[in-house]
Design a binder for this molecule. Structure first.
Ligand code: AHN
Ligand code: ZN
Length: 328
């Protein structure tokens, strides 16, 4: 009799797993509002527009023009826009005319969510195979423009209806760190993420708080793989679970891998440390590459050709789903 019960139970399980070939959905909370449809063509166009200015290297005319474009787009999408202008000092003493661009929705709502990306692009292609091309700036279609493109499309959707108090920040001067052909002693705080470090010390509203934050960095490459970055897991494990669970439920598990990635110096580190906001970094990570990122990373291959609407959709729809869930 007991044997029969066990046999029946095994058969039920076998049938259930057969009927649902993919991994079972993750238990997630109900959305608080209808989740808007993220338009990947629109996000792609925002990336195209940024790349068309040329490399967005601080102090360049393209950087100035692209910053103006981002501000005008965010205003067009109904956001309250603050521009934080400052001069930042780079690792080599260069003085960078920098702007952090901040767009807020439902400003009177004390319960806030922060979405961010860097909008500057790298002055060097220091990972290029050809030494002759390493000193020229890159397009940064993925490294820079992709996160901004996804967030502009989210902003466009929030204009119609925002599910929460949402702040979108485009940080400047993230990628002005020393090129690998200069051998510098390792001082990452003076190299990367200068805009977010400035904002963390001088938030656009006093004592700025958010329930959580999500950084999008290199979220557009074809066949991107997002691993669970180490600090994100340590400091915001429930947000990692929310985002990876949502991605899996939406069928994007081939991008959002259920695997741990290494520690990454990126803007989220400074938002976590400086503002005590739990943040995660969604970043295209590649365990097989010695540098930890895609082969195109910090090379002249970081172009529009490498950008995939399918990847943009996976990231954009996932983030959209997450911000439509209740805060807890
Ligand atoms: C470093 O590997 C030092 N930083 C990764 C963060 C980054 C650079 N994101 C884009 N470019
Ligand atoms: Zn970079």
């Amino acid at each position: 009799m007991d044997t029969l019960k066990i046999f029946m139970a095994v058969m039920v399980c076998a049938f259930a797993s057969c009927a649902n070939k993919s991994t079972p959905p993750v238990q997630q909370e109900e959305s608080i509002a209808a989740v808007p449809e993220f338009n990947a063509d629109s996000a792609y166009m925002y990336i195209e527009n940024q790349v068309a200015f040329g490399p967005r290297v601080p102090n360049s005319p393209a950087h100035k023009a692209c910053g103006d474009y981002l501000i005008s787009e965010l205003k067009r999408f109904g956001a309250e826009v603050y521009v934080q202008e400052t001069t930042l000092t780079a690792y080599n003493g260069d003085r960078l005319q920098a702007r952090n661009i901040i767009a807020s929705y439902d400003i009177s709502n004390p319960r806030r969510v922060l979405l961010f990306a860097h909008w500057d692009s790298r002055p060097y292609a220091d990972n290029d195979a050809d030494p002759d091309t390493r000193r020229t700036p890159i397009d940064g279609a993925d490294d820079g423009a992709s996160g901004v493109g996804v967030l502009l499309e989210i902003a466009r959707q929030l204009n119609a209806q925002t599910p929460a108090g949402i702040d979108i920040i485009f940080f400047d001067a993230e990628d002005y760190g020393p090129p690998s052909f200069e051998n510098r002693s390792y001082t990452p705080d003076t190299w990367w993420c200068l805009g977010s470090q400035f904002w963390a010390r001088n938030p656009h509203t006093p004592n700025y708080r958010a329930a959580y934050g999500i950084l999008l960095d290199m979220v557009g490459a074809k066949d991107a793989t997002f691993y669970k970055e180490e600090t994100s897991v340590k400091r915001a494990s429930s947000i990692i679970d929310k985002v990876w669970g949502e991605a899996r439920n939406l069928g994007f598990g081939k991008y959002f891998l259920n695997a741990k990635g290494g520690y990454i110096t990126d803007d989220h580190q400074y938002v976590i440390a400086g503002r005590n906001i739990p943040c995660i970094d969604i970043i295209n990570y590649n365990n097989d590459n010695i540098r930890g990122f895609g082969d195109y990373w910090h090379t002249h291959d970081d172009t529009l050709d490498n950008i995939s609407r399918e990847t943009l959709k996976a990231v954009g729809q996932t983030v959209m789903g997450v911000i439509c869930k209740p805060l807890n």
